[in-house]
Design a binder for this molecule. Structure first.
Ligand SMILES: *[C@@H]1O[C@H](CO)[C@@H](O)[C@H](O)[C@H]1NC(C)=O
Ligand SMILES: *[C@@H]1O[C@H](CO)[C@@H](O)[C@H](O)[C@H]1NC(C)=O
Length: 615
């Protein structure tokens, strides 16, 4: 009898557990991976090793495995090792680079980018990853953030570098180009020097002073305000972000498709570093191409892809084919996919595990949706919260600050309610801040949150947790919006606009467009007295100074720009107004692709909202 009761209890136990939490097994799996990663980190802490060391381990164990496939060439682990040793020797000999030096890389996605970084890592240098789309003033600003004395550029980017060369020369910066010949005074060639260098391994002594806390990279982020900031990525941080692939279940026999820019965290750390951690084969591409995407995957047996939300939509928008499900992709890792696109993607391209993640380059706590729940960016986990404490606090969107109670402390929102996400800053969850920017670093810190003296990282993101513990992204506060996967800092765009001679003031914001993720740029302008809007000059200016994703697509001319009591520009109302010429009586302009600003019409508006005109 007792045996019978016991048996029945045992039999229904799984059912009870399931009814309580249908994701019990996923949660356990996640916790186990977390413990394993914790153990790995402890080992790395005890005896420091970097991602470079992990790469060298793979070179030793499988030298002939393919590391990078790019266009018509491919490189094994051993070849990449030798190439990067040549880079390191050439730079050590001709630029006298040594550990602790910072070097800025201004390159597009190509194997040389990876060899450059590996070579610089072999010398113990910190590498600043410049966005190769930026130009002139922004380029100089980003370069100066990290106090680099050296800049290395790809041969295809000589033009933009020549433009800023006078300033670089003035500051005594040494500039190298990946080319065998260059007649420009102040730019030294590097390819010839690399070719002549020996490929002998370099002594680890050259980087013996590097620790887990040393800066490994600077990655630029728009954050919430102002010009881009250089987030300091320590070796510790690099490991942690690279471990994301472990949480997602990537295996060493996977092939990763890497087309996201290597100057961002997603491409460089989550993609490249994660792949090196596992010793994967990487199919590297210059940039995303919807028409080649699946053919590439088929041709090279790609099993893991990375995404940003926009890319998933481009893939779904491409014409349907019979062989849509004919591929080996089993896992997609990324962020920003909308729930509708998610369902459509699975329906069309088959059973692919979509692993949506959340985190900022400089952020100290992130999430991962390890059960594939459509629409969620992550899932709360008891063990994770113990290791990396965080909270969702009530936020006043009018005053633009967290709500405080009578004692001055923040208030946690109940489940189901949207709150500002903050991560506790501690030994396990450090915040390295921004290079040479104390003010912006301080701005991201929130003090006295739940008790006197505590310290949190303010993500600037509004999230919501549902009753099952799934986390959903709601909104980003402050002055940044996202378009085509890039953060656009409104103040930076405005700074450029007001240098145009007929523009007195500019208020830049993002507007929603039906069928598109994120927001597209729009600017409300106040013109100088007795001056007209010169559409040609405005276009020439934004084209020259801003990457295409940051150019205001719509312009609205106003007599006065509204400000708040504290003289902050009002953006919410303008963003809500949008770009409908029937609603807005102010003069409106639309930026036509490769042409310029033309007056906005009802026809253009309709084509955009109906989706016949793609932005
Ligand atoms: C490494 O650190 C030691 C001790 O602080 C110092 O003497 C040495 O010069 C450093 N080496 C380099 C290359 O910076
Ligand atoms: C892809 O996989 C197929 C079947 O397993 C194999 O025959 C082919 O050689 C592989 N192609 C590449 C490029 O690895």
């Amino acid at each position: 009898m007792i045996a019978y009761i016991l048996f029945t209890c045992l039999a229904i136990l799984p059912l009870l557990v399931y009814l309580q939490n249908p994701y019990f097994l996923n949660d356990c799996g996640y916790a186990i991976t977390g413990f394993k990663i914790g153990k790995r980190l402890a080992k790395i802490k005890k005896k420091f090793s970097s991602i470079l060391d992990s790469f060298l381990d793979h070179v030793a164990t499988h030298p002939h495995k393919t590391f990078i496939i790019f266009e018509d060439s491919s490189y094994t682990y051993s070849q990449a090792d030798k190439e990067s040793s040549k880079v390191a020797r050439a730079l050590s000999r001709h630029a006298h680079l040594k550990q602790g030096d910072t070097v800025a890389l201004f390159m597009a996605n190509e194997p040389q980018f990876v060899f450059m970084w590996l070579g610089l890592a072999k010398l113990g240098c910190t590498v600043s990853l410049l966005n190769h789309n930026i130009r002139s003033k922004s380029l100089l600003h980003c370069f100066s953030c990290c106090e680099a004395k050296f800049l290395i550029t790809g041969a295809d980017l000589q033009g933009p570098i020549e433009e800023v060369l006078p300033t670089l020369k003035q500051d005594g910066i040494r500039v190298f180009i990946l080319s065998e010949r260059c007649d420009v005074d102040g730019i030294e060639t590097l390819s010839d020097k690399i070719q002549q260098a020996s490929d002998e391994p370099l002594s680890p002594e050259l980087r013996a002073n590097i620790t887990l806390k040393s800066p490994a990279l600077y990655i630029y982020t728009s954050g919430t305000t102002g010009l881009p900031k250089a987030a300091v990525v320590s070796h510790d941080r690099m490991w942690r972000a690279g471990f994301l692939q472990r949480f997602a279940g990537v295996r060493s026999d996977d092939t990763l498709y890497l087309y996201l820019p290597l100057y961002h965290t997603a491409g460089f750390i989550m993609g490249l570093c994660g792949a090196i951690d596992h010793g994967l084969t990487i199919l590297l591409r210059r940039k995303f191409s919807a028409s080649n995407f699946w053919n590439d995957c088929r041709k090279h047996n790609v099993t893991v892809i990375q995404y940003i939300g926009e890319v998933m939509r481009y893939l779904c928008n491409a014409p349907k084919r019979d062989n849509d499900k004919d591929h080996k992709v089993r896992l997609a890792l990324g962020n920003g996919i909308r729930a509708e696109t998610w369902a459509e993607f699975l329906e069309r391209f088959g059973d692919i595990c979509i692993c949506e993640c959340y985190g900022a380059t400089e952020g100290n706590v992130g999430f991962i949706n390890y059960v594939g729940k459509v629409g969620a960016i992550g899932r709360e986990n008891f063990f994770y919260k113990r290791a990396c404490p965080y909270a969702f606090i009530r936020y006043d969107t009018e005053k633009e600050e967290p709500v405080r109670d009578s004692r001055g402390f923040c208030i946690e929102v109940p489940k189901g309610e949207t709150g500002l996400f903050v991560g506790k800053i501690g030994a396990q969850t450090p915040f390295s801040g921004y290079a040479k920017n104390k003010q912006q670093t301080e701005k991201k810190k929130l003090r006295d949150v739940f008790e006197k003296g505590d310290l949190y990282f303010n993500s600037g993101d509004l999230l919501r947790v549902d009753n099952e513990g799934f986390i959903y992204f709601q909104d980003r506060i402050g002055d940044t919006f996202r378009w085509k996967g890039e953060n656009v800092a409104t103040t930076e765009v405005a700074d450029h606009l007001i240098t145009v001679d007929f523009i007195e003031e500019a208020n830049v914001y993002g507007v929603k467009v039906p069928g598109h993720e994120g927001r597209i740029g729009m600017a409300a302008l106040k013109l100088k007295e007795n001056m007209d809007f010169d559409s040609k000059a405005a276009y020439q200016h934004v084209k020259h100074y801003l990457p295409s994703y940051a150019r205001p697509r719509f312009i609205r001319i106003q007599d006065t720009l509204a400000v708040t009591g504290t003289f902050k520009q009002m953006k919410v109302k303008l963003a809500e107004d949008g770009f409908n010429p029937d609603v807005i009586t102010d003069p409106l302009f639309y930026l036509e692709d490769n042409k310029g600003y033309i007056p906005m019409t009802k026809e253009i508006f309709n084509s955009i909202t109906e989706g016949t005109l793609r932005l």
